[in-house]
Design a protein. Sequence first.
Lengths: 99, 248
Amino acid sequence: MREHIVSPKVYFAVFATLGVFTVVTWSVAKADLGILNVVVALTIAVIKATLVVLYFMHVRWSSRLTWVFVCAGFFWLAIMIALTLSDFTTRDWLTIASQ
Amino acid sequence: MRILKREQDLVDTRMTTQTGLAHHFDDIEQQREAGTLGMWAFLVTEVMFFGGLFMAYILYRWKYPAEFAVASNSLNVTMGFINTLVLICSSLTMALAVYFSQIGNRRLITVFLLLTMALGTTFLVVKGFEYHEKYVEHHVPVRFPTYEFKWEAHAKEAASGHEATLFAVDTGKVEMFFWLYFAMTGVHALHMIIGLGILTTLVIMTRRGRFTPEYHSPVELSGLYWHFVDIVWIFLFPLLYLIGAHLH
């Protein structure tokens, strides 16, 4: 597979998008939206991270095997968070059951 | 026969130093693919490394949302915001350094590597001012005879009389936020310092004419590292600085 050379135009477009999202995330955080604050903040962060991975880190044009490595990394991170939270968020249930 | 073999070896060595192709690869593209894959394997371990800290953050924030919001509110959001922009700029300049290594413009590789280093240094200087601010406010979570963590209702809240956030803030829980703040931003800053070392090496290698449009893997792979460190900050900024931004 030949190396794909990304045009600087693409880099500047991604850069501008990242800048706009940074301003948006700060503006939205100033409003009290309750639980939505964290949802919006994380959604924006995930979008920004995805843009960096796909374009700055060239994963969009990388081999399938690289895709597997990248996805595996974040998948295992998700497993760690999901299993740990399923433990901690349900610990109170046991005391109820034992009473 | 043996002399012939040695001559062939010499020719091979010369070709290797010219193209940058290591002898155990079939061609330069196979070498590049292997390098990219290896770098990503390393970055996955980095994801898990920072993942542990993020996991700790998630748990404690879930346990103590009020304290985390109040503690976060005392951070300097403007500095965090400026640093976010500085890091995004440095990712752009790093990406452009990779671009110029691909088209073989040696002068511009050096220019953009140096720009990236300047922005990285700016980030660390701003971070240093922030740390100093926390030190003066006694918000560093340590206990020494001469210095210890203190938490008083933040001046901003006291002035506006925001009762809801003042009611029962536990100092220990606030301290936990600052512990995570220093652990996460500290490890991130350490990665930036290591990144600056890598970029210095790249500048020297560029000056020595080591990179060609065919061989520039070190620039490309260091770029992956630099962007990864940027991604970590993309998550740290909202999670550390913005969760109390709605309190005034």
